[in-house]
Write a protein that binds this ligand. Structure first.
Ligand code: ADP
Ligand code: ADP
Ligand code: ZN
Length: 216
């Protein structure tokens, strides 16, 4: 099974992708995580992407399409993957459709996670992750069971993203509304799209997705 999680920054794509990945043995492919790794490693792609990401703008289509094309050829993707944060423009979606045809794979479903802008700001400014295993947390909505200790790996170091400040979030939201929202029409027209209410709590959002998957 191959699926896409579509939604604005802070909608819960990463959170749901991790849960779905565990439940269905699917690989989570986050272009944001891959780009941040490239920036940290100082690769050519990382150097090109850094300033754009810090400004809350979208990295060029060519760069992200190249990254995804290589990644889905890896053997671990053969049983299925979850695209988290890709595609983000119609050009990326078109390129993905072509890639999948070439690679003899298909897209089963696209989930659009819907959340109001004001809630997104709160989600993003309170977000932090375990520096060891990447588990996602929130100051208010998803604290570790024991303060300062990761539920998943017992790690004690946490990190925050540089672009998770209110000013950059506003520009990321603008990018979402202008460049990514057209994808809802793109996938809606081909009836691959299912919308879920992302305003509910994490487990309820997960249940909606699970129910929709059983109906496929
Ligand atoms: P969020 O989880 O808040 O939606 P991501 O981690 O997916 O954010 O992305 C962080 C940044 O990485 C984006 O603001 C953008 O600069 C870049 N990025 C990630 N995925 C893409 C993509 N598919 N196309 C262009 N830029 C991307
Ligand atoms: P995205 O990958 O779409 O940018 P994340 O999965 O990183 O979003 O979630 C953003 C923040 O909101 C994280 O701190 C996460 O713990 C929290 N969060 C995710 N889903 C929910 C939810 N349904 N209700 C409350 N908080 C949530
Ligand atoms: Zn951890």
């Amino acid at each position: 099974m191959n699926l896409i999680l579509l939604g604005p920054p802070g909608a819960g794509k990463g959170t749901q992708a991790r849960m779905l990945g565990e439940a269905h043995d699917l690989v989570q492919l986050s272009t944001g995580d891959m780009l941040r790794a490239a920036v940290d490693a100082g690769t050519k792609v990382g150097k090109q992407a850094k300033v754009t990401m810090e400004a809350g703008k979208l990295v060029s289509d060519d760069i992200v399409i190249g990254i995804i094309s290589e990644r889905i050829d890896e053997p671990d993707c053969s049983t299925g993957f979850i695209l988290d944060g890709f595609p983000r423009t119609v050009a990326q979606a078109e390129a993905l459709d072509e890639l999948l045809v070439q690679k003899n794979k298909k897209l089963d479903v696209v989930f659009e996670i819907r959340v109001d802008d004001e809630r997104l700001i709160k989600r993003i400014t309170g977000r932090f992750t375990c520096a060891n295993c990447g588990e996602g947390y929130h100051e208010e909505f998803r604290r570790p069971e024991q303060d300062g200790i990761c539920d998943k790996c017992s790690g004690t170091e946490f990190s925050r993203r540089k672009d998770d400040n209110e000013e950059t979030v506003r520009s990321r939201l603008t990018a979402y509304h202008t460049q990514t929202v057209p994808l809802i029409g793109y996938y809606g027209n081909s009836s691959r799209l299912k919308s879920v209410d992302g305003m509910l709590e994490i487990d309820s959002v997960f249940k909606q997705i699970e129910v929709a998957l059983t109906e496929l």
